[in-house]
Design a protein around this ligand. Structure first.
Ligand code: AMP
Length: 585
């Protein structure tokens, strides 16, 4: 397929806001590709060259992209920079400069999906001496051969600033519409996506083999599975009312890891399905020593543990283990314990379909005793008082709270169902839970903060039904100097000229950013607000009162943020708490 066709559809998507219309546009484009291109096309729509678990990131610096534009257009780099400053978008600047070329090269070749994808792939994967020059050449080659809006799309893609206004669910909608004209196959497609976390792979299977193709997908080592998520309920009584007899586990405040092993090969994935194996040589060793299975996929929470005092360390300490350098030294300084809590697959058997108690029993049988991998602490209860007692004990041991688990439920990959219900310690006067919000914009600094160019965040929660981000808080406190600097650097890489298309906001920050970065916020309470769009009804929405930053959550994707529905539930819970004084302390 010609790349110009893709760009025409991308341009149309940029000015379309209805989710249905976006899915229709994509579905038509998918119909017109062939079986060798569909995978590449789906990755292009996602702005990636391979799924996150490949560990391959295109991310080309703007400076290099400017050099490629200069080579292709004949304009000086300073001219490119000047026009970039003027337009606020390097893609637009490229399109204008390339349109001004006085003479097109005689040997110009029309771009195809395959050619564009291949160059992107090489840009993402080559490394070593001289690789920057090669990357610039590969990009310049595409630009020389581009026409019309192709150059804009190419530049936005390599700099991570595509603006299609869609997330994975719209691509899944489009795949279903492509085959049936409706969204009726979404359930089957969602299942396949949740088990592989690879939209390109399932699009190809679906395109070539239809429904049967994706129905045969089963958990496979080294294909990370999207994580099951926990619901909330206000107190122990509500949990027991919902689940009856259930398992209750300690909730460890570390980071979630999904461990895959086949033979001697071990890969550890983050919650976002990124490979992190190199960061945890201690855990890799423990997996080879303590797991008694040829092949396995299991999950656990890794948390820093102080042997001397036999106590858990705070998240801020645990997180320092996520690093690229000095890994071995840090592993010695801050040893981790991996509390295994889920078995998803072992020795060819798919455990995701089996009830929780069976999964847990099998996990116990496959784990040899040892210091580094331990089973999460669990008890069976059927009374609220027992749950409360266990909760108090966990909190007294410095843990976050508990997760109650439905003993008969399967593993619900990628979704939030009442199979898991969390209850966290609540601080006096604070919300019963933190909010994971997505940064959608930021403010320039005032006073001391001017030197960092950063003064605060505009944040949003996720309306997963309509796939838009709705504002919930402006956050100006809780930042360390290091974080101010970090936000400034990180956010300027994802800044965009206009309000992103999947953002619903009445507030205008100084600078908009692509919704990508998740932060955990705590606040005094949820209040009604005339300016925020979260849960907005009759000109009033919900907002966080006195929001403060508690963590930067690089381990979460934007669509894993707290949803609008959850915020509404939290608001209802807080009203109930005020009325009846329910207390989880
Ligand atoms: P939250 O991030 O607050 O929604 O809580 C869910 C998270 O708690 C999971 O994603 C895990 O990272 C973490 N967690 C800690 N301990 C457990 C456990 N025993 N079972 C399941 N998840 C746990």
């Amino acid at each position: 397929m010609k790349f110009s066709k893709v760009c025409t559809v991308f341009d149309a998507m940029e000015v379309t806001s209805s989710r249905l219309a976006l899915a229709d546009l994509l579905a038509k484009l998918f119909e017109e590709t062939d079986k060798n291109e569909i995978k590449k096309l789906v990755y292009l729509c996602q702005g990636v060259v391979l799924p996150p678990h490949s560990g391959i990131d295109l991310g080309m610096g703007e400076k290099y992209a400017e050099q490629a534009i200069s080579i292709a257009s004949g304009a000086k780099v300073e001219e490119v920079e000047k026009l970039y400053r003027k337009t606020g978008d390097l893609g637009d600047a490229a399109e204008q400069l390339l349109a001004k070329r006085t003479q097109t090269s005689l040997s110009q070749n029309e771009l195809t999906i395959a050619k564009v994808y291949n160059n992107f792939y090489k840009i993402a994967t080559i490394s070593g001496q001289g690789s920057q020059e090669t990357k610039i050449k590969l990009l310049a080659e595409l630009l020389v051969n581009s026409n019309g809006s192709e150059s804009k799309t190419i530049i936005r893609f390599v700099t991570g600033k595509l603006r299609l206004g869609i997330a994975e669910p719209t691509i899944l909608d489009a795949l279903s519409v492509m085959k049936t004209g409706t969204k009726e196959l979404r359930v089957a497609l969602d299942r396949a996506y949740n088990l592989t976390a690879d939209l390109g792979l399932i699009a190809e299977l679906f395109y070539t083999k239809g429904l049967t193709g994706i129905e045969t997908i089963a958990p496979t080592p080294f294909n990370p599975i999207r994580p099951a998520l926990a619901e909330r309920l206000p107190d122990a009584a509500a949990i027991v009312e919902k689940l009856g007899q259930c398992s209750v586990e300690a909730k460890y405040d570390g980071f979630r890891l999904q461990c895959h092993k086949q033979g001697n090969k071990v890969t550890i994935y983050s919650r976002k399905q990124e490979p992190m194996t190199h960061m945890f040589p201690d855990l890799v060793k423990a997996i080879t020593e303590q797991i008694n299975a040829k092949s396995i996929i299991f999950e656990g929470e890794a948390i820093a543990f102080d042997e001397d005092t036999q106590s858990f360390l705070p998240f801020q300490t645990t997180i320092t283990r996520k690093r690229k350098h000095n890994v071995k030294q840090k592993a010695k300084e801050i040893p981790l314990v991996l509390f295994a809590f889920e078995l998803l697959y072992a020795n060819g058997v798919d455990y995701t379909q089996k009830p929780f108690l069976e999964r847990r029993k099998a996990l116990q049988d496959l784990l040899k005793p040892g210091k580094i991998i331990q089973l999460s602490k669990t008890i069976t209860i059927d009374k609220a008082g027992q749950l409360q007692e266990f909760f108090d004990e966990c909190v007294a041991n410095g843990l976050e709270g508990i997760i109650a688990k439905d003993q008969n439920a399967p593993y619900v990959a990628g979704s939030r169902k009442f199979a898991w219900i969390k209850l966290k310690r609540s601080y006096q006067g604070n919300l019963a839970d933190t909010i994971d919000a997505v940064v959608i914009g930021f403010y320039r600094g005032k006073g001391k903060r001017t030197e960092f160019g950063f003064g605060g965040l505009l944040t949003a929660i996720y309306d997963d039904e309509n796939q838009v981000f709705k504002t919930i808080a402006k956050v100006g406190t809780g930042f360390t100097e290091e974080q101010l600097q970090w936000f400034n650097d990180t956010l300027s890489h994802i800044s965009v000229k206009e309000k992103p298309r999947n953002v619903d906001s009445l507030i205008e920050p100084d600078i908009w950013v692509t919704p990508r970065l998740v932060v955990t916020l705590t606040a005094d309470e949820l209040t009604k607000s005339p300016t925020h769009t979260c849960a907005r009804k009759e000109s009033e929405g919900l907002a966080l009162r006195f929001p403060r930053l508690t963590q930067i959550r690089e381990d979460k994707n934007a669509i894993d943020a707290t949803t609008e529905r959850e915020v509404i539930e939290l608001f209802k819970m807080s009203i109930k708490q005020k009325l009846y004084g329910a207390d989880t302390n």
